[in-house]
Design a protein around this ligand. Structure first.
Ligand code: FAD
Length: 155
């Protein structure tokens, strides 16, 4: 029962967080599109475009994986795949909220009008560092993936 409860907690929480990451990324995309760096639109820079693209792919991947796990859970299963969701969740949060922090740039430390709400994004960024700990650490999730999904030996 305890193991099944943990499996469901990871899956359902990831599903919720993917919605929040979708909303966050849409906001960051709009802000990035309106941002100038060095007198040029930020998104003219292929490095920023690539990072934004990577965030987009990761959020979509997390959503697809989350819905797949939820479908299995709804049919009465307790899929160990929710550990994949949890590893993805931590990686997506680090990527998207790391993007927010870099978008703020030096304004992460001082307030500026017409900019991202720095307190909100800083708070989200620092909290996201806990995503690879709560609900079972990344190492524990990888152990579950190795033994329960890939069938690898325990030692
Ligand atoms: C923000 C936050 C919210 C939380 N909310 C809750 C909550 O609501 N309810 C609740 O019950 N708990 C909660 N926790 C606790 C959380 O579940 C634990 O911190 C987490 O599961 C890790 O356990 P631990 O702290 O005992 O670390 P430990 O088990 O002591 O692990 C320490 C380190 O050793 C590694 N490690 C341990 N065992 C292995 C192994 N077998 N193989 C490889 N590496 C290993 C871990 O990956 C980690 O890096 C929360 C934690 C945080 C940070």
């Amino acid at each position: 029962m305890a193991l099944a409860t943990l499996v469901h907690e990871r899956g359902i929480y990831t599903l919720r967080r993917q919605t929040e990451m979708r909303v966050a990324l849409d906001e960051l995309t709009a802000q990035a599109a309106a941002t100038q760096r060095g007198g040029r639109p930020l998104l003219d820079d292929p490095v920023w475009r690539r990072r934004l693209g990577r965030c987009e792919v990761m959020v979509e991947m997390m959503a697809a994986q989350g819905y797949r796990t939820a479908e299995r859970a709804a049919s009465g299963d307790a899929p160990a795949e929710s550990s994949v969701d949890k590893v993805l969740l931590a990686n997506v949060e680090h990527e998207v909220l790391g993007f927010a922090l870099d978008l703020l740039g030096p304004f992460a430390t001082v307030a500026r009008p017409n900019c991202l709400d720095r307190e909100r994004w800083l708070n989200d960024y620092f909290f996201c560092r806990t995503a690879s700990i709560y609900g079972g650490t990344g190492e524990i999730q990888r152990n579950i993936i190795a033994t329960s999904i890939l069938g690898l030996p325990r030692s």
